[in-house]
Unconditional design. Sequence first.
Length: 332
Amino acid sequence: MNGVEKDGVDSSSPRKVLVTGGAGFIGSHVAEGHLARGDEVWIVDDLSSGRKENVPERATFHQMSIGDPALGELCQEVGFDLVNHHAAQIDVRISVEDPLRDAATNVNGLLNLLEACRRTGVKRVVYISSGGVVYGEPEERPTPEVAPKLPLSPYGVSKLAGEHYLHYYRVVHGLDYVALRYSNVYGPRQDPHGEAGVVAIFCDRLLSGQEIHIFGDGEQTRDYVYVKDVVQANLRAAEMNTPASGGLDERAFNVATGMGTSVNRLADLLEAVSGHQSPRSFRSPRQGELRHSTLAVSRFSARGWSPQHSLKDGLRETFRYIAGARSQVATP
């Protein structure tokens, strides 16, 4: 069977899709994408960071942790065709301060989910990894999927461990999967009060006239990809053919733009598209964070996906959304 590709989950008929973390910023957009193509969608989220108002109206919602034994019962009851796994502990700083907490969700929770998938005949898992951390500080930029995996935080280690577990479940149990290694995703619904979404945080501070805090000298670079492009990457991953053999990198795809943007440049662009300005202060670099991260996307482009939104246009849409959300809260 070497070299023979396996068909993706049927792209022509409605599917039963479970989106874990589907009340979160990215997961809720992905759930909407599946609903738009005619799929039935179930969402599992413990609302530790997700928001009930993010859940699409036509999705069936279950408030539970991915470590809950009841997850297996849900999988047995519904019989999912596809599982899209977005639920995770995503804060690098929390992983550094409390590696056990990080592993409880990103490793133990994943295993609970995969066992349920194995027992109930799920056809494919789309697993959300992280291109921003699994490569560590790569020598090659933009960084291809085949680059060495040398994560520098427990979060990066747990995300990479997830890919290894999925490889095991594929080889031993026949559970098909695709891993998506995200760069820095931004867009509407990103939480401006969290720590992972610098774009949303900067938008919020520009709107309130508060000082923008930049950690380090601001010349560290990231690859910012718009959430609507990420949705299309997930839909493509659900349907693409996958190789019958090979290692982790054969089933992993960077989801990015291939272009690095410094934090200082990001702040400049947001000021330009918003028409707002705020003073800036520079603080000590954060422990465990990388200096540079830009991901190559040529492999995924060859499989039919590429980003369609420019950074400037995506920032403009994101700012408008956050400004609108703030005005709604302020209106009695």
